[in-house]
Design a protein around this ligand. Sequence first.
Ligand code: ADP
Ligand code: MG
Length: 141
Amino acid sequence: MKTLQRTLSIIKPDAVEKGAEGDIISTLLNNKFRILGIKMLQLNKSQAEGFYAVHSSKPFFNSLTDFMASGPIVVMCLEKENAIADYRKLMGATNPANAEEGTIRKKWAESIEKNAVHGSDADDTARFELSYFFAGYELAK
Ligand code: ADP
Ligand code: MG
């Protein structure tokens, strides 16, 4: 049975710096994602660390959280059937060198760190990540 799912999308600082927001948002809408919530903001270092706490033991954690706090980002709540897996497919591989043609990362990512977009990877992480940025009243029904 198909069920509606929600996922968190972030347009990361490298992509905002390049002015890629419009292109990425068009790609999402063209691929049948509904945007239930959207806002632009800049994380501070500790907010970036909180968001990526799952990666705190990784060697790239300090660099990643510096990067995520380095400029404005666009955060979105996306809704669609099978949204979590479908959005990860549309994003492409973490390392743009491995990203397939037609994916957002193939078009916009510049490195394994500065890879243009974020997407939740499972139901429980989507719930945590959506609640990190959005209160219930900020999301369309
Ligand atoms: P994804 O964003 O595809 O879910 P991960 O959850 O594994 O990837 O990693 C989170 C983010 O950390 C990546 O999107 C990327 O910005 C950064 N990252 C992942 N692996 C590396 C690495 N080996 N070196 C530098 N940054 C990395
Ligand atoms: Mg991840």
